[in-house]
Design a protein around this ligand. Structure first.
Ligand code: NAD
Ligand code: 022
Ligand code: ZN
Length: 375
């Protein structure tokens, strides 16, 4: 069949809207009509050419929602008409990682996914004789796409596509980092570095978990009002405190008779390695947990003094908020439908596929929290 898609033809070039060929689903695969897709940082990172593993030409996009239109042989977990969210972290429930119950990083299709290919080593997308690569196993910048069944979460059909597509990455990553990775408890104190599309979801996750003090840190003062909207209790702009951010935060979080400061939980949502260090060091001695969510550029390194860890701080990281996609994503959609979490205010821009490059511009300019393309 033919489908309309925004194709990343080469690094550093705008996406080109065109008709491409899409082969139907093979065994274990599913054809999905994408109804809406968010534009996220990794799409930009790959398109810019900064990702050394980026492949071109490719169809980017990994934050979508849509409807099943056809299934291949042997597919049992979804059927025609089901509403689904594509998963860049699949859940096969059979590999050693899935069976371990200790991680969400399923390995079933990991190798081929990283090569921009389907599990059988081929691509379903092409233009004439030329192959186009898949991206993060999702390629949601195409009106129709093919995915393995283990990379689809079946969700409540009443949920609006243009909102729940964000659950395909940002919402689940932020909320999941709090609940699955940090396992934040009631009454906790927390610091969130970077109040973009991820940080705001960390804040609403903290609120959900019952955290008491939620400090947001951002170099952009416009983010104060955004943070407050989702439950942030204090805001710090590191540029305006006239000193080092770490002692400032430690001071703000002093509690108890010994007056030792530091937050119970801190989260990096910037991807800046210096900020990751600040986040670790602003966590409480003895039990502080610091979660790296931000993805840093290739080759970057983090550092701190071993003393920081010897004195009981834990440095941890999370992919897709530690969520098991097929199990957890439908639950998060239900939370949205039950109004336990908010998504609508974070979708700041709705675009048509023809205007998708504008979404990348808005992200560069820091003007959007999330732009969503509606097909
Ligand atoms: P964003 O650009 O919308 O937000 C980043 C925020 O950080 C901005 O508000 C910016 O002003 C602020 N910031 C920049 N430098 C700062 C500093 N020195 N101190 C404090 N704040 C600073 O980005 P986003 O969409 O929220 O994504 C954040 C990061 O999360 C990215 O690196 C992204 O790739 C990553 N991410 C990771 C996962 C995962 O599974 N681990 C999933 C999705 C996104
Ligand atoms: C999503 N991300 C950033 C913004 N939006 C993002 C990027 C990478 C990861 C998670 C979220 C990530 C963390 C760890 C891994 N990835 C490796 C997983 C593994 O090896 O099992 C990651 C993922 C997918 C891909 C590359 C890296 C890919 O499909 N190309 C989950
Ligand atoms: Zn993303």
């Amino acid at each position: 069949m033919k489908t309309r898609a925004a194709v990343a033809v080469a690094a550093g070039k705008p996406l080109e809207i065109m008709e491409v060929d899409l082969e139907g689903p093979r065994e274990g695969e599913v054809l999905v009509e994408i109804k809406a897709t968010g534009i996220c940082h990794t799409d930009e990172f790959t398109l810019s050419g900064a990702d050394p593993e980026g492949l071109f030409p490719a169809i980017l996009g990994h934050e979508g929602a849509g409807v099943v239109v056809d299934v291949g042989k042997g597919v049992t977990s979804v059927k025609k008409g089901d509403h689904v969210i594509p998963l860049y972290t699949p859940e096969c429930r059979q590999c050693p990682s899935c069976l371990s119950r200790k991680t969400n990083l399923c390995t079933a299709i990991r190798a081929t996914q990283g090569q921009g290919l389907m599990p059988d080593g081929s691509s379903r997308f092409s233009i004439g004789k030329d192959k186009i690569f898949h991206y993060m196993g999702c390629s949601t910048f195409s009106n129709f796409t093919v995915l393995p069944e283990i990379a689809l979460a079946k969700v409540n059909p009443d949920a609006p596509f243009d909102k729940i597509c964000y659950i395909g990455c940002g919402v689940t990553t932020g909320i999941g980092a709090v609940i699955n990775t940090a396992k934040v408890e009631q009454g906790a104190t927390a610091v969130v570095f970077g109040l973009g599309g991820i940080g705001l979801n960390v804040i609403q996750g903290l609120k959900l978990a019952g955290a008491d003090m939620i400090i947001g840190v951002d170099v952009n003062n416009d983010k104060k009002a955004w943070g407050e909207r989702f439950g942030m209790t204090h805001f710090v702009n590191p540029k305006e405190i006239g000193g080092d951010i770490v002692p400032h935060l430690v001071n703000m979080t002093k509690r108890g008779a010994d007056q030792i400061g530091g937050a119970d939980y801190t989260f990096d949502c910037t991807g800046n390695t210096k900020v990751m260090r600040q986040a670790l060091e602003a966590s409480h001695r003895g039990w502080g947990k610091s979660v790296v969510i931000g993805v840093a550029g290739a080759g970057q390194e983090i550092s701190t003094r071993p003393f920081q860890l010897v004195t009981g701080r834990s440095w941890m990281g999370t992919a897709f908020g530690g969520a098991r996609g097929r199990t957890d994503v439908p639950k998060i959609v239900d939370w949205y439908m039950e109004k336990k979490i908010q998504i609508d205010p974070m979708i700041t821009h709705l675009l048509k596929l023809e205007d998708i490059n504008k979404g990348f511009d808005l992200m560069h300019e820091g003007k959007s929290i999330r732009s969503v393309v509606v097909y």
